[in-house]
Design a protein around this ligand. Structure first.
Ligand SMILES: [Zn+2]
Length: 451
């Protein structure tokens, strides 16, 4: 049974501009509008999606600028907009990102569609009339073809069998998703949909683009969201034999067998009662599997077990960690009390009390201070790395703390604040504790602290 169906008509303008210019009943209308004629175009990359190289001629070249990410940072690059008679490099459209490649050995950094023209942005100028040899970055392009054709197949089966129309899709760098108009997809449904999709791939069905006229009987069979009002020319349809036909300007595989396999990864809650179906197709399935195997190897080593026992092993470790943290906390509190008492029990104790511990937190510092009492000493307490960063607390007679606090903060290259009679904060140079202690001592000498 042949079901001609087009559940999605994404990127209408891009699809329209992919149509070919022909004489048909609307040609008189076309002549009346220059805008309309500009919308009609089809590039060689859309006619032969497997063409990797092409010879053509430069039509125009003008200085331009482009904002691109260079080593993760957005930069404005100066270059040229080069337009050729035709192009084997696909400009973005139909949800598919643009190609990368070279022209006469120079890198093409971006290809955009402006009206019926494909604009190649390059750092180098190519004079009009120059013969150019275009080469497509085939691994990027073929990956896009597999993900895009995979989307058409999943969209068709999800709509036909389950009644979930596709409302949008996104071709991601690692995985892509299809937004389906359904609030939920169960695990069983996801599993069955994946089986159905892969069964279609095993049938090695041809997938070819063709062009049909507006108003033709054939086009009537293709379900679309309608053509834009200003559309003229032929309409490009991509058909998966016996499954669906879809208006689209993108580049596609010529046979479903070229998809190799589709893995549905997850169905996640999307916007407004919709579900985002994440998937990978073709070579990405192998990459995904290779990455998962790498993770598995690392976890086998770390958890000392096979993947069947991961959950159990992690659960056990989490329980142990929780118990250890609880025990550490209790011990730290006990140490805080003991440190305080040890100081108070010294027969001729110094009015200055300095204590540093590598382990501890703000609570530990406050517990030591509480144990000693603000009238019994002027305290500089700290935790963290002895030489670099950590936490500090100054406690003692409130009026002294208020004065020495900012000075100690400066000495320790820290940031803190005075609150409830104590000055506490973060320090970045705990190695300066001797200087901080001297500051405390100077002020303690000026003022009699009760001991
Ligand atoms: Zn498409």
């Amino acid at each position: 049974m042949v079901t001609i169906k087009a559940p999605i008509y994404h990127a209408p303008l891009a699809c329209m501009s992919s149509s070919m210019q022909v004489d048909h009943p609307l040609s008189s209308l076309r002549q009346k509008s220059s805008i309309l004629t500009k919308e009609i175009m089809s590039f060689i990359c859309q006619k032969d999606c497997y063409l990797k190289e092409f010879h053509t001629k430069v039509v125009s070249c003008s200085p331009s600028k482009l904002k691109i990410a260079v080593n993760g940072k957005k930069e404005v690059v100066s270059g040229f907009d080069v337009i050729c008679e035709d192009t084997v490099l696909f400009p973005e459209g139909g949800g598919q990102p643009d190609d990368r490649g070279t022209m006469n050995g120079h890198e093409v950094l971006r290809i955009t569609r402006v009206s019926d023209k494909a604009v190649h942005f390059m750092k180098e100028a190519l004079e009009p009339g120059t013969e150019v040899h275009q080469i497509v970055d085939w691994s990027r392009r073929f990956d896009h073809m597999q993900q895009h054709s995979g989307q058409h197949l999943v969209t068709a089966i999800a709509d036909e069998k389950y009644g979930w129309p596709t409302t949008s899709w996104d071709l991601g760098r690692e995985k892509s998703f299809i937004e389906l108009d359904t609030p939920k997809i169960s695990n069983e449904q996801l599993e069955q949909l994946e089986k159905d999709v892969n069964e279609a791939i095993r049938k090695c069905l041809p997938m070819m683009p063709r062009w049909v006229e507006v108003g033709s009987e054939e086009l009537q069979k293709v379900r679309t969201r309608g053509l834009p009002e200003d559309h003229v020319g032929l309409v490009r349809i991509v058909e998966i034999e016996s499954i669906e036909a879809n208006m689209c300007c993108g580049t596609h595989v010529s046979n479903l067998s070229h998809l190799q396999m589709i893995k549905l990864i997850s169905a996640e809650k999307g916007k407004k009662n919709k579900t985002n179906l994440y998937y990978v197709a073709g070579d990405r399935v192998l990459k995904y599997l290779a990455a998962s195997i790498e993770v598995e190897k690392k976890l086998n080593k770390l958890l000392k077990c096979g993947q069947d026992e991961y959950a159990q092993a992690v659960e056990k470790q989490q329980k142990t960690l929780k118990a250890t943290n609880k025990s550490n906390l209790l011990l730290l509190r006990e140490i805080a009390v003991l440190e305080g008492q040890r100081y108070l029990n010294q027969p001729n104790r110094d009015v200055i009390f300095c204590l540093h511990r590598k382990e501890g937190d703000s609570e530990f510092l406050n517990m030591v201070a509480n144990e000693i009492g603000s009238q019994n000493a002027l305290m500089l307490l700290s935790v963290g790395d002895e030489k670099t960063s950590g936490l500090f607390l100054i406690a003692g007679p409130e009026e002294v703390v208020a004065v020495v606090g900012p000075k100690v903060e400066e000495a320790l290259k820290g940031k803190g604040s005075f609150k409830n009679g104590r000055y506490q904060g973060k320090a970045s140079q705990l190695c300066n504790r001797p200087t901080a202690e001297n500051i405390l001592r100077e002020h303690a000498d000026k003022r009699k602290v009760e001991t």
